[in-house]
Design a protein around this ligand. Structure first.
Ligand SMILES: Cc1ncc(C[n+]2csc(CCOP(=O)(O)OP(=O)(O)O)c2C)c(N)n1
Length: 365
């Protein structure tokens, strides 16, 4: 298992790729997955794509707040999520819709979150995730802490944490990796290198040749994978999880991918990148790649795709109905959830807000 990390040592300037852009599989590197499971991967990716497009539409219709699309990043999200064990935990940033729903978070929770309703962040019992993290990189420290706790408690739990290339410029990234290395914490760092931190390109985040090689400085293994290849993403994550569970410590995975959409619905990428660049990456769309492979192997046909899309649309509509049926948050909700005992300064602010919005908002306050 660890051979994968030796073979793809980031200092050797190598990148793990198993399924190429034409849908051709490298049998030697292919992970052990039953044929029946792979069409399911496509089904999930189609669901994420439908859910993503719906969120963008809802935002444009004023039915959702700002939304951060995952378009183009489905392979790393699905591949990594599928490699986790039932008891493992993950700590998302804000872009991991597919990881969340694959691991059991209802899609309606994701929608509620982006609708500005804290109820979206109430994670159901049994879904082993922390809520979305908007402060860039802060979840890395939480994840390392959780992994260390699991190690101290001798629980065979592995923790995954997701972040973008921009997060690697944060102190939290370096502190997290340093401690994980020293403590040999069972944590897998998953960097979705989608080339941009809003408008700032990767070359302005780091002078290093790769993000994966940063693991070397912290004393553990890193690997660079083709982030649009679901097999490579699955194989690397599975190896990293197996290693961590066996006491082998942390791993940094750099999934090289591309954010095909805008950073969020508030962003205009035309201002800082060329359409030609986007078009180039579109040719490596993770869904098209997987679909080509599955069709060539005759594991799916037109009917399968049509049915999967229809099923996805129905699930998305159901989730929207559920999310929109939840009462919108009242202004005093802003003051909930942070402190057990509300500090005096916040009590004062709450009182003046209540004065401004006296009647119906108060009923839930
Ligand atoms: C600590 C902190 N600083 C700045 C911001 C503003 N901000 C929001 S997203 C973002 C860029 C993040 O880029 P990256 O880590 O590459 O993740 P991506 O959004 O590309 O998935 C920034 C600077 C923030 N949310 N938190």
């Amino acid at each position: 298992m660890n051979d994968l990390f030796k073979e793809f040592d980031p200092l050797k300037d190598k990148m793990l790729r198993i399924l190429d852009e034409n849908g051709i599989l490298n049998e030697q590197l292919a992970p052990a997955l039953p044929d029946g499971k792979v069409p399911d991967f496509l089904r999930w990716m189609l669901l994420a794509r439908a859910a993503d497009q719906k969120a963008l539409n809802l935002q444009r219709q004023g039915r959702m707040g700002t939304y951060a699309s995952l378009l183009g990043q489905e392979a790393i999200q699905l591949g990594s999520a599928a490699a986790m064990g039932a008891d493992d935990w993950f700590f998302p940033s804000y872009r991991e819709l597919l990881v969340c729903i694959y691991r059991g978070l209802p899609l309606s929770n994701v929608y509620l979150y982006w609708m500005g309703n804290e109820i979206g962040s109430r994670i159901p019992e049994g879904v082993n995730m922390f809520p979305f993290s908007v402060p860039v990189g802060s979840q890395i420290l939480h994840a390392v802490g959780a992994a260390w706790a699991a190690k101290l408690q001798k629980r065979k739990i592995v923790v995954a944490v997701y972040f973008g290339d921009g997060a690697t410029s944060e102190g939290d990234f370096h502190e997290g990796l340093n401690f994980a290395g020293v403590l040999r914490a069972p944590v897998v760092f998953i960097c979705q290198n989608n080339q941009y931190a809003i408008s700032v390109p990767l070359r302005r985040q780091t002078a290093a040749a790769t993000i994966a090689q940063k693991a070397v400085a912290y004393g553990f293994e890193g690997i660079r994978v083709d982030g649009n290849d679901v097999f490579a993403c699955y194989a690397a994550t599975k190896a990293a999880f197996d290693k961590a569970r066996a006491g082998g410590g942390p791993t940094l995975i750099e999934a090289v991918t591309y954010r095909l959409g805008a950073h969020t619905t508030s962003d205009d990428p035309l201002r800082y990148r060329d359409d030609s660049e986007v078009e180039q990456w579109r040719a490596s769309d993770p869904l098209t790649r997987l679909e080509k492979y599955l069709r060539a192997r005759q594991l799916i046909n037109d009917n399968f795709v049509a049915e999967a899309k229809a099923e996805a649309d129905a699930r998305v509509e159901q989730a929207v109905t559920e999310a929109e049926a939840v009462e919108p948050p009242a202004p005093p909700d802003l003051f909930q959830y942070m402190f057990k005992e509300m500090p005096a300064s916040l009590k004062e602010q709450l009182a003046s807000l209540t004065e401004l919005f006296p009647l119906k908002e108060n009923k839930r306050g």
